[in-house]
Design a protein around this ligand. Structure first.
Ligand code: PTJ
Length: 261
């Protein structure tokens, strides 16, 4: 496929999407993913992932549910408690929330590491550049001098002083294999995924069932609110969070439109 045969965009700039369009957020997401593919940041498979996520978001009511908000607060507390927090970035995250993920890293003092399922050096570099254009200072993932044990695909490649050494890892839009393998390494995982039945949120300490577009800025807001909280307060928030209940609440909302807590 030549460059000019890549996914056509109906709009050339995101600002051309009318803000009062009832499906504004969804149109923005599609546009960002298409631009990500054109820039060599997002893999073509990211388009499928986005479509799947968008269907779940529709059923969730395209809003941050009270239960997801609680998960985002627990995630912020967990990241603030961490000694070596790392935020993992793939092609969809880089396209959808580049500035927002940099802001979250800043708010919780975490490293950003590019980690790809469909890994090529070109995409790693393009994503690292894109994050730097959005204010990131150090971006990890380029050295790839360590391996996550038990994984035989490209997502096993990590930086020794990044994900490999991390105690808490945020893994948005993850595949289940790596989520499980990171858990087996003893890491505390925070997963953002709109599908509560997916294996990755099922194995996460903190599953965040929300759109990454809303989840990441909301985690930053919580982190800023909690900036002066002491360790005991942060621990209480983490301990009171119930991962199974959060997954059940999301599933109830999807299956029955049930918005009770
Ligand atoms: O950039 P790469 O090469 O690392 O590849 C990234 C993708 C996303 C293509 C790859 O990890 C993949 O194929 O993922 P899956 O297995 O399709 O899983 C993606 C999950 O993310 C699905 O459960 C979707 O429901 C969910 N998802 C999609 N868009 C969003 C989302 N969750 C939160 N916010 C979204 N915007």
């Amino acid at each position: 496929m030549s460059d000019d045969e890549t996914v056509p965009a109906d709009v050339t700039g995101e600002d051309e999407i009318p803000k009062d369009h009832p499906r504004y957020e969804d149109l923005v997401s599609r546009h960002r993913i298409e631009s990500g593919v054109e820039k060599g940041i997002t893999h073509l498979q990211g388009v499928h992932a986005e479509g799947r996520g968008s269907a779940f978001d529709y059923l969730l009511g395209e809003e941050t549910t009270p239960s997801a908000d609680e998960a985002e607060r627990a995630a912020a507390a967990q990241l603030l408690l961490a000694d070596r927090p790392v935020l993992s970035v793939n092609g969809n995250v880089a396209a959808l929330v580049p500035a927002e993920i940099v802001e979250l890293a800043d708010a919780v003092d975490a490293d950003l590491e590019v980690n790809l399922f469909n890994r090529t050096e070109e995409r790693i570099e393009a994503i690292a550049d894109h994050l730097r254009e959005h204010g990131a200072e150090g971006v990890k993932g380029l050295t790839a001098d360590a391996r996550i044990p038990g994984l035989n695909h490209e997502r096993a490649k990590v930086d020794e002083d990044g994900i490999y050494a991390a105690d808490v890892v945020l893994v948005p839009l993850e595949d289940g294999d790596r989520a499980e393998a990171l858990g087996e390494m003893g890491k505390t995982e925070i997963v953002i995924d709109l599908n509560p039945l997916s294996r990755s949120p099922q194995v996460a300490a903190v599953p965040v069932v929300d759109n990454v577009l809303r989840a990441v800025p909301n985690m930053t807001r919580h982190a800023r609110e909690l900036a002066d909280a002491d360790e005991a307060e942060l621990r209480r928030i983490v301990d009171e969070f119930d991962a199974d209940e959060a997954l059940d609440a999301a599933e109830r909302r999807i299956r029955r439109g049930d918005s009770s807590p």
